[in-house]
Design a protein around this ligand. Sequence first.
Ligand SMILES: [Zn+2]
Length: 293
Amino acid sequence: MDSLTHAFAVSLPLLALGSVSLIPFAVLGAVIPDIDVVFELMPENNPSDYIFTHGGITHSLAGAAGISIVAFIVIMGLSRLAMVQEKFPLTISSSIFFVILAGAVLHVFLDYLAYPGIPLLYPFSTEKYTAGIFPGPSLFLLVISIILLSLFLLNKAGSTQIRAYMVIFIGFILLSAGMKLYVTLQTNGETVPGLNPARWLIIQEDDSEYIVLEYHLFHGVTNTTVFEKYSNISPEEARTYGTIPEIQRLRYHSYITTVERDTSRIIFRDPLRESGRIMYPRKYANYSVDLSG
Ligand SMILES: [Zn+2]
């Protein structure tokens, strides 16, 4: 979800409750989990630090709580500066901390609705969780948020417009969840929505292969591709490479992972991302272990 939509999602209920003075702090909480985009700007980091990525540590419940505490401490510090006191006299209260936290937790929840998912339970697990009703940040929600922001800037956002936004926002989430439920009932396997809301990928798996179906809401299954999980390598041998950080990082970013051995290498890959059938995340779609050296 984009930052503007995150900001509206937490501030409009506060506006409705009349807690206008808390809105800046709620908005702060709603945008700070995405501070992790700075990790993307940094040079190649240590592969075992793969959780330090966009949609990583700050998008876990513990991470969201951690950055909320840091943000609150920074605000407490700033509020003591004479210059700030003069311009923005502020009484520090626990409600400031709780709305920052509410903003951050709501952010994590909204991102949980979309693929590729987030590591909710980190540091207990690096597994990513998603309700899987959106293919990624929703363009539709961004557009209605930009419209509402424009209305605010033009001083034309009254209670009718705000209520309309909330109805469309919640309606869109419910509609997307309903579609997910429909596709899940019609098919067998993990259902991944596409950018075109009528197109879905269905991922089925057994011990030896992944079967990926392209499913269209009106035409049913239109294409089937089978990916062998293990080619020229046994599952046991493939598993011995599971502790290599680069492979853990690949798995973290992947929808499915296959392993194949050729004469000189063992190649781990996510064929869905490698082929562009799933566009995001682009990086770390394969990794080769060199056997020659
Ligand atoms: Zn986010």
